[in-house]
Design a protein around this ligand. Sequence first.
Ligand code: NCD
Length: 317
Amino acid sequence: MRHLLDTRTLSRDDAILILDTAEDMAATQQREMKKLPTLRGKSVVNLFFEDSTRTRISFEAAAKRLSADVINFSAKGSSVSKGESLKDTAQTLQAIGADGVIIRHPASGAASRLASSGWIDAGVLNAGDGMHEHPTQALLDAFTMRRRLHGDASRGAGLDGVSVVIVGDIAHSRVARSNLWLLTGLGAKVSLVAPETLLPFGVRDWPVSIYHSLDDALRAENPDVVMMLRIQTERMHAAFFPNEREYARNWGFDDRRLATLSERAIVMHPGPMNRGLEISSGAADSPRSTVLEQVANGVSVRMACLYLLLSGERTEG
Ligand code: NCD
C-alpha cells in the first residue's frame, strides 16, 4: 500500500491486514510505555483545510506513538488563507521532506489529486474529502464492530452476515460512503435509513437496502449495529427536513428504539454528536454505545495505517 485514499478500492485482504495490524497496535497501547520506535526519523504532516478535533488529534497521537515527527498545518492562519493553491502547499511540504501527508479538505477528490499529482513523494492518507470518503473512520468503525461482535475471534475475521443499519444524513456523509464500501467488502449487509431529501443522488445503484422509516428498518433488519450520523448543517444550504423535533421523532435513535435492539446489538456514532437530535443521551451513554471505544480504537487503526504506509523504504506502486 502506498496511499490510503478510499475504501471503495481497498481489497478485503488489505482491509483485514489493516484491522489485524490495528489489533497489534492496540495491544501495545495497554503497556505503560505506549511509544514504539517504528517511524523514528519520519515526518508526518497533518494538513487540515477543514475544522476537525478528534480526527486531527487522533492522527497526531497515532503518529507520535510511532515516534514520527508531526507537523500540524491548518489552513486557518496559514498561507492557504492568503490564496495559496494545493499545489504550492504540496510543493512546500515536499521541500520540507514530508514522508506522510494526512489531508482533510472540503473538496471531494482532494486526497487523490494530491497522491496522483506528482507534486510530492509522500504517502497520502485521506482524513475526509468533502462528501466523498473518510477511510480511517470506516476502518475504525469496522474494527470496533469486529471486537464487539467477535471478541477474541476477531483476528483474521471479516464481518460476514453482520447486519448494519446506517441512519441519518447519508447525502452529506463521507462516513456513510466509506463504511458502505468497506462493510459490504467485509461481508456485512448494509441498510440505509433517511428521509428522501437526505439520500444522495444515485443511492439506488449502491449495494444496500433503503428505508425511509427507522422503525421499519429496525423491525425488518434486526440489526447487529445501528450507526447514527450527525446532521451536517454546515453542508446544508436549504431545509432538508421540517424541523428538529420532527427529525428526532422520525429518525432519532431514542430510548424507546434502544429498547427494541437485540441483546448483542451496538449503537455507533462517529462524533461530534447532536444529542437530542439524531441520538438521545440515553442511547449515547448506554452500555451498548461504542462512541468512546470508537475514539480509542481510532488511534490504533491510524497507527496501523501509518505503519503500513510509511515504515521501511517506500517503493513505487
Ligand atoms: C466525521 C467527519 O468529519 O466526516 N467526523 C469525524 O471524523 N470525527 C463525521 C461528521 O463530521 O459528522
